[in-house]
Design a protein around this ligand. Structure first.
Ligand code: CDP
Length: 199
């Protein structure tokens, strides 16, 4: 069975948490595509060469979840050659047997426009910055993290190639006022319904 769930949205909106919960619930494989860009950003040297030669070791290195790695990722992610080098891997993953969840910025629009379910997970910049700041162990100031979130949003939305954008047929899930379990339940219901329609 091929069944792709595409989860897109801005930094710290809750994509990762929702994706992991869905993968567990339905037995789907999960790919956090941000990790690919983070690994390219942290590899150093020419990012295009880094993207073309990305290895499992690069994806396993320490520090990929740091704020600095997120920042590096969004800088290399504007380069069309970097994005192009990562397309085939993501598409193969999306169409693997048994179902897959991919979270990122352009899964429903560019990588997998034929995905069976598309969710656009978002939240206010203030809420997302607060979550990121708490996750990082209240390292640095909240205002600094908020400024970073806003700068990253602007870069992700404003880039020419594969900008952050909800697919026209995506369901938007605004998690600003939601608990984690409410957001997860919403996503599970959407997927369960789509699976039932196909059965
Ligand atoms: O967890 P968070 O949303 O902060 O970051 P991430 O999903 O790991 O993505 C880090 C950066 O990689 C984003 O700001 C994007 O610039 C870039 N990215 C992208 O361009 N396309 C994707 N499919 C995933 C990430």
């Amino acid at each position: 069975m091929h069944f792709t769930v595409a989860i897109d949205g801005p930094a710290a909106a809750g994509k990762g948490t929702i994706s992991r919960a869905i993968a567990r619930e339905f037995g789907f494989a999960h790919l956090d595509t941000g990790l690919l860009y983070r690994a390219v950003g942290m590899k150093g040297g020419d990012p295009i060469v880094a993207a073309r030669s990305l290895s499992p070791d690069d994806l396993a290195r320490d520090g990929l979840r740091s704020l600095a790695a997120g920042e590096a990722a969004s800088r290399v992610a504007v380069l069309p050659e970097v994005r192009a080098a990562l397309v085939d891997f993501q598409r193969d993953f999306a169409r693997r047997e048994g179902g897959a969840v991919l979270d990122g910025r352009d899964i429903g629009t560019v990588i997998c426009p034929e995905a069976e379910v598309k969710l656009f997970v978002t939240a206010s910049a203030e809420t997302r910055a607060r979550r990121r700041w708490l996750e990082a162990g209240e390292d640095g100031s909240y205002e600094e993290v908020l400024a970073q979130v806003r700068a990253r949003d602007a870069r992700d939305i404003g880039r020419a190639d594969a900008p952050l954008l909800a697919a026209p047929d995506a369901i938007t899930l605004d998690t600003t006022e939601m608990t984690v379990s409410q957001a997860v339940e919403f996503a599970k219901d959407v997927i369960a319904q789509r699976l039932a329609e196909r059965a």
